[in-house]
Write a protein that binds this ligand. Structure first.
Ligand SMILES: Nc1ncnc2c1ncn2[C@@H]1O[C@H](COP(=O)(O)OP(=O)(O)OP(=O)(O)O)[C@@H](O)[C@H]1O
Ligand SMILES: [Mg+2]
Length: 252
């Protein structure tokens, strides 16, 4: 790892911000709106709050970027949205949104009554709330899968239309799948020219075992790295499910 000056760090932060919410170019925003529309077709039909997890196979595929932008376009359409940083090992939502990382989710799970939800209201929309991770716990997996977490989500579900849960990658830690039992479904982010087929297969195998519904895949492609937005595509899961199915039968 090389030495990086403070000004170089700042320019990277600025460059990264171009991939977020109101700073997005028109074409990228349109793709997130398409994702918003497609979600309405794949979400379970029962009424009430939709709790959507965003995960991927590996680190750095664009989960948090997708979670921020999806929650942004949902809030822009008038829905009441809560974005939660559920990556309790390497949180990034606070940094991306330029807000403090604490207090946050871990404080609420612990039952800290002094933390007010109103303090998580975003500056951009009155109906967009952003809950950072809070102080990092020693036991992220247990915390995310805990009864307290489930109860907290039940409380949130009463006052939000959508909860977008930014999660860690499935192939690295078990955290993401511990939330399976209390979410409506998962979006899997795949970074073009980055995610390896083998990793993707492992990811879908894990997801299938946890019995969570996959709502769709986001293909996130940053052509030539920084400075270019690439494509944000959304595909119905069945295409990948088919691939996965073939893989399955090839093994049996
Ligand atoms: N479409 C894109 N175009 C350009 N840069 C992107 C794009 N998507 C993500 N990035 C950049 O790639 C990096 C990783 O993105 P992000 O933090 O969203 O990934 P992640 O999957 O959440 O990573 P982690 O696994 O570490 O949580 C960030 O610097 C982000 O700004
Ligand atoms: Mg992330």
């Amino acid at each position: 790892m090389g030495f990086r000056s403070k000004s170089a760090d700042k320019s990277i932060v600025k460059e990264n911000e171009k991939t977020l919410h109101k700073n997005l170019k028109f074409t990228a925003t349109e793709q997130y709106k398409l994702l918003r529309t497609n979600l309405t077709f794949t979400l379970p039909e029962e009424e009430g709050c939709a709790i959507i997890g965003v995960t991927s196979a590996m680190r750095g595929e664009g989960k948090s970027t997708t979670a921020v932008n999806l929650s942004y376009v949902l809030a822009e359409s008038g829905k009441k949205v809560l974005l939660i940083d559920g990556d309790l090992r390497l949180p990034s939502i606070a940094k991306k949104m330029r807000i403090p990382n604490s207090p946050g989710l871990t404080d609420l799970i612990k039952g800290d009554d002094s933390v007010q939800m109103s303090s998580f209201k975003s500056e951009l929309f009155n109906n967009w709330y952003i809950l950072p991770s809070g102080d990092l716990p020693p036991n992220p997996s247990e915390l995310l899968g805990s009864k307290r977490m489930e109860n907290l989500l039940k409380v949130f579900a009463k006052s939000f239309d959508y909860i977008i849960f930014d999660l860690p990658p499935v192939n690295i830690v078990s955290d993401a799948l511990t939330v399976s039992k209390y979410i409506s479904g998962m979006i899997v982010v795949i970074r073009e020219d980055y995610t390896e087929k083998k990793e993707l297969e492992t990811c879908f195998r894990q997801i299938k075992l946890s019995d969570v519904k996959v709502l769709g895949c986001v293909i996130n492609e940053a052509k030539n790295g920084r400075g270019s937005y690439g494509k944000y595509k959304y595909k119905r899961y069945y295409k990948y499910y088919k691939t996965y199915g073939n893989y399955d039968s090839a093994e049996n």
